[in-house]
Design a protein around this ligand. Structure first.
Ligand SMILES: Cc1cc2nc3c(=O)[nH]c(=O)nc-3n(C[C@H](O)[C@H](O)[C@H](O)COP(=O)(O)OP(=O)(O)OC[C@H]3O[C@@H](n4cnc5c(N)ncnc54)[C@H](O)[C@@H]3O)c2cc1C
Length: 351
C-alpha cells in the first residue's frame, strides 16, 4: 500500500517508517509503518475510516511516557493525538468545570487550574504526557487520582465510528487502571476530558511525603501554587527527567495483595512498608521490594534500576526491547523468589 492511500480529504501528512524510539520516553522500539498527527475529531474520523478501508491496524499515542515499543515496530497506523483546547464550560460559586482536548499537555492543564486557584489536580503536577492518556491508567500522585475529578470524557468508539460520552463510573477506574487498558483496550480513542475542580484551598494533612516536605521547609500556609511547587520540587529530586534520561516513570505497579499474607511477611521483613487498601487488600510499594532485594542501582542488560527510586528503570545503554524485557523479567523473578509476590509492568506496549 502507498501512503497516499490513507491521505484523507484534509490532506494530513502521513509519515512512513517512523522510529517509535523517537516517540517513547524509554527510547526503544522499531518503526511504525505509518504515523499521522490528528488535530480534531473530524480528522480522527477520516483517518479511522480510511485506515479501516485499508485493513490497517491502528494504535493511539500521546507523549509516549507510559509506552514501550517492540523492536519489530508496528505494522499499522500510529495516531498521534494532538487535539487541542482547554475551556471553562461551567463556573459556579463553589466549583468550575473544565473541558480539555486529549492532545493538550497534562501539566499545562494542571498549571492553568492552579493559576485559576482551583483544587483537585494540583498534586498531579509535572506528570508527563497528554490529557487524553490520563484516564487510561487513572494517573495519580501525592494522594490525587484522575478518577477523583473526572466528570466524563468523550471518545471515538472504533467499533461504531461514533463519538460517545462516558461517565466517570463507565470508565471503570481503579488503582492505575481503567477499561481503556482493561476490557475495552483499543476500543475508545479519547478526544477530550471534563473535570470538576473546586474553589477551595488545599488543606493539611497532605500525602506523607508532601507533608514531610512542607514540615521540613516550615511551610504552613498552603495555596494551590505552594502544593504545585512542592510536588515539582519533590519529583525533580526523585524522578529522572525523560527529556534527559530515557525512562517511563514507574516501571512497575505497586503490589496489591491479600492482607492475610501480612503477618508472615512482617515476621520475615519487619521493616516492610504497607498501606491498607480495602478490608482485605494491602498495597506494598514495589520500590521497597526492589530495594530490599538489593537491586536498587543495579545495571541489567543496559537498564539501570534508578538509584533515587527503585521503581524507575532507566535506559542507560539498552538498544533493544529485548534488553528491557530481560531486565524486567529478571527483576520480576527475583521479587517473586524472595517475597512470593508477582509484580506487574505499568507501561503499556505498542501492539
Ligand atoms: C518521569 C515520569 C514520571 C511519571 N510519573 C507518573 C505519576 O506520578 N503518576 C502516574 O500515574 N503516571 C506517571 N507517569 C506515567 C505517564 O506519565 C502517564 O501514564 C501519562 O498519562 C502517559 O501519557 P502519554 O500521553 O505519554 O501516554 P502514552 O504513553 O502515549 O500512552 C499510554 C497509553 O495510553 C493510550 N492512549 C494515549 N492517548 C490516548 C487517547 N487519546 N485515547 C485512548 N488511549 C490513549 C496509549 O495507546 C497507551 O496505551 C510518569 C512517567 C514518567 C516518564
Amino acid at each position: 500500500m502507498t501512503c497516499t492511500a490513507i491521505i484523507n480529504r484534509n490532506n494530513m501528512n502521513i509519515h512512513t517508517q517512523i522510529p517509535l524510539r523517537n516517540f517513547t520516553t524509554m527510547r526503544l522500539g522499531g518503526p511504525a509503518r505509518f504515523m499521522v498527527d490528528v488535530h480534531s475529531v473530524e480528522e480522527l474520523r477520516d483517518v479511522h475510516k480510511n485506515a479501516r478501508q485499508q485493513n490497517l491496524r491502528i494504535f493511539v499515542i500521546g507523549g509516549g511516557s507510559n509506552l514501550i515499543a517492540p523492536d519489530e515496530g508496528f505494522d499499522g497506523l500510529i495516531i498521534h493525538m494532538r487535539i487541542p483546547g482547554i475551556h471553562i464550560i461551567d463556573d459556579q460559586p463553589g466549583h468550575t468545570i473544565i473541558k480539555a482536548g486529549a492532545g493538550e499537555s497534562w501539566d499545562d492543564l494542571v498549571s492553568k487550574s492552579v493559576d485559576m486557584r482551583l483544587s483537585g489536580i494540583e498534586a498531579m503536577s509535572a506528570i508527563p504526557g497528554t490529557v487524553g492518556a490520563a484516564p487510561v491508567q487513572n494517573i495519580g500522585a501525592y494522594g490525587q487520582d484522575m478518577s477523583d475529578t473526572l466528570v466524563s470524557l468523550e471518545a471515538f468508539d472504533t467499533t461504531t465510528g461514533s463519538i460517545v460520552t462516558l461517565s466517570n463510573e463507565a470508565c471503570g477506574f481503579s488503582y492505575r487502571h481503567s477499561i481503556f487498558r482493561g476490557d475495552e483496550k483499543g476500543r475508545y480513542i479519547i478526544t477530550s476530558i471534563t473535570v470538576k475542580l473546586y474553589k477551595t484551598l488545599p488543606t493539611a494533612p497532605f500525602y506523607d511525603s508532601l507533608q514531610a516536605y512542607f514540615d521540613a521547609k516550615n511551610i504552613s500556609v498552603f495555596t494551590h501554587q505552594t502544593v504545585r511547587d512542592a510536588v515539582i520540587a519533590i519529583r525533580h529530586d526523585k524522578l529522572p527527567d525523560p527529556q534527559i534520561i530515557a525512562n517511563s516513570g514507574s516501571f512497575f505497579k505497586n503490589a496489591i495483595i491479600d492482607d492475610w499474607r501480612l503477618p508472615e511477611l512482617k515476621a520475615k521483613y519487619p521493616t516492610i512498608k504497607v498501606f491498607t487498601m480495602t478490608e482485605n487488600r494491602i498495597k506494598i510499594p514495589t520500590g521497597w521490594l526492589i530495594e530490599a532485594a538489593g537491586l536498587k542501582g543495579s545495571l541489567l542488560h543496559g537498564i539501570r534500576i534508578y538509584e533515587k527510586n527503585a521503581l524507575v528503570l532507566v535506559n542507560e545503554s539498552a538498544t533493544t526491547y529485548d534488553d528491557l524485557a530481560k531486565a524486567r523479567d529478571e527483576i520480576i523473578t527475583k521479587i517473586h523468589d524472595m517475597f512470593q509476590i508477582v509484580i506487574e509492568q505499568e507501561p503499556l506496549e505498542v501492539r
